[in-house]
Design a protein around this ligand. Structure first.
Ligand SMILES: *Cc1c(COP(=O)(O)O)cnc(C)c1O
Length: 463
């Protein structure tokens, strides 16, 4: 039996209807080389979604590998209650310096970071004598993870509905995604409508509300829905006005994805300074996609609310692998990589801006495709909404893309790329040409589709 077949029998794959693997067995990856994955048949596949948005610098990136290997010679893992270690101290100090928040609390995945932020927020209000403030606000289309607490503030019906009786109701307010604007409503008017809706909700419910949680600038699981940073400025102002915490879920958008180190830093308040959330959740890119690690950063005020002689006023949350030293060393290598400059004086963010410009030119034909209804780009994220009625579009595109040497997983009718930051110009061309060729192939195969006339601009065809 091959790996795919053994996996199908022994492994319950995530976010997967396992019956689907009868038609399309999982690919077995046996090696990786930068942004490329190599399967057990020797096929090379470009990892254009950064292995579920975690990988920043390609696979087997030497500085991360060396940091982990070095740490393995020192301390592999220790518990973080009653003990500490240099990597976790250093990482916490550096994350605080980069964000202006501190008191880093660690877990191993994004959903746990969400849980921590929600619990910390409500518990801090309780400690401050306001136990009624325990409700949360999420945004339409928001995604914060799959555990029960995180799903409570997630608004993706497919992930949520089967567990609805287990979830705590939270308010879902309109998303500033301009595509959600009612007919005839401009993007600006829609933005104002969303701010007004939040203001109205808080005016009525602030006494029961602990926090609003949102993905700054890009709602990933909603299909890379992007919004104006002005919304975040308004969130900060309203949260201050009504004494409600703002939890910025930077799990997907942190670490340069949107063009700045953290997405919320693009929102500049009236004082000319970037706005500051009350909590920041980090994971995914935190270790460059190599080891599981997440962190929640918060304000001195929240931290102070737990500082007490009474044990029960402490934050008694824990995970066995909290602050794993190997993962912290990987994260430190990531921060070193962002801090470094190349021979031309460019840092990662500057190189990404140049790479994004090149890729923008390469995807012009796709942007102009007659079946592309909307396209958008921010930092190292690109998305195209495809005009198709086929509910199987995403699955068919995924399979066809694999055949063409591309790992792509459209969300519904939205095709997107979130590549590692290390694509060469040749990689970018392979990706841009493949995106278009696979789209034409998949639309051409569509049940009842009209014949496709659009061709790749430079005549390239899928190999
Ligand atoms: C992926 C993601 C999570 C959950 O992280 P996991 O590590 O998968 O639990 C939470 N929030 C956002 C915005 C994400 O993209």
């Amino acid at each position: 039996m091959n790996w795919a077949e053994r996996s199908r029998q022994a492994v319950w794959h995530p976010c997967t209807q396992m019956k689907g693997h009868e038609l399309a067995p999982p690919r077995a990856i046996v090696a990786a080389d930068g942004p490329w994955l190599i399967d057990d048949q020797g096929h090379r596949i470009l990892d254009a979604v950064s292995s579920w948005w975690v990988n920043l610098f390609g696979h087997n990136f030497a500085p991360i590998r060396e940091a982990i290997t070095d740490q393995l010679q020192r301390v592999d893992h220790i518990m973080l209650a009653g003990l500490t270690h240099p990597p976790v101290v250093e990482l916490s100090e550096r994350l605080a310096a980069l964000t202006g928040l501190g008191h880093a609390f660690y877990a191993s995945d994004g959903a746990s970071a969400t849980e921590i932020a929600l619990k910390m927020s409500a518990h801090s209000w309780r400690n401050l004598g306001r136990p009624g403030k325990h409700r949360f606000i999420g945004l339409q289309g928001g995604y914060h993870g799959e555990t029960v607490g995180a799903l409570s503030v997630t608004d993706i019906p497919l992930f949520r509905e089967s567990y609805a009786p287990l979830l705590r109701l939270s308010a879902t307010l309109p998303s500033p995604d301009p595509r959600q604007a009612a007919p005839g409503v401009s993007a600006e008017q829609h933005l104002q409508h969303c701010i007004d809706a939040l203001a109205a909700w808080l005016a009525q419910h602030h006494a029961e509300t602990a926090a609003i949680i949102l993905e700054p600038l890009v709602q990933g699981a909603a299909g890379m829905a992007m919004h104006d940073p002005a919304y975040l400025v308004a969130v900060r102002r309203l949260c201050d006005q009504y004494q409600v915490h703002w939890i910025a879920d930077e799990i997907a958008v942190g670490f340069g994805r949107t063009g700045t180190l953290f997405a919320h830093q693009q929102a500049v308040g009236d004082d000319g300074q970037p706005v500051r959330p009350d909590f920041i959740c980090l994971s995914k890119g935190l270790t460059g996609g190599v080891l599981p690690l997440s962190a929640v950063l918060t304000t001195d005020a929240v931290y102070q609310a737990f500082w007490d002689d009474r044990v029960a006023h402490g934050f008694l949350h824990s995970h066995s692998y909290t602050g794993n030293p190997l993962a912290c060393r990987a994260a430190l290598a990531v921060l070193d990589t962002f801090a470094a400059r190349d021979a031309q004086g460019r840092d990662v963010l500057a190189r990404n801006r140049e790479a994004a410009e090149r890729f923008n030119a390469l995807v012009q034909p796709l942007n102009r495709h007659p079946r592309v209804r909307a396209h958008r780009h921010l930092g190292m994220i690109w998305a195209w909404d495809i005009d198709t009625q086929d509910p199987g579009f995403a699955a068919r595109y995924h399979r066809a893309a694999l055949q063409a040497g591309l790992l792509l997983r459209p969300i519904g009718h939205t095709l997107y790329v979130m590549p590692p930051y290390v694509l060469t110009e040749a990689d970018q061309r392979h990706l841009a040409d493949g995106l278009l060729a696979v789209l034409n192939l998949v639309l051409g195969d569509e049940p009842g589709a009209p014949p496709q006339t659009a061709q790749p601009a430079d005549g390239l065809r899928m190999a």
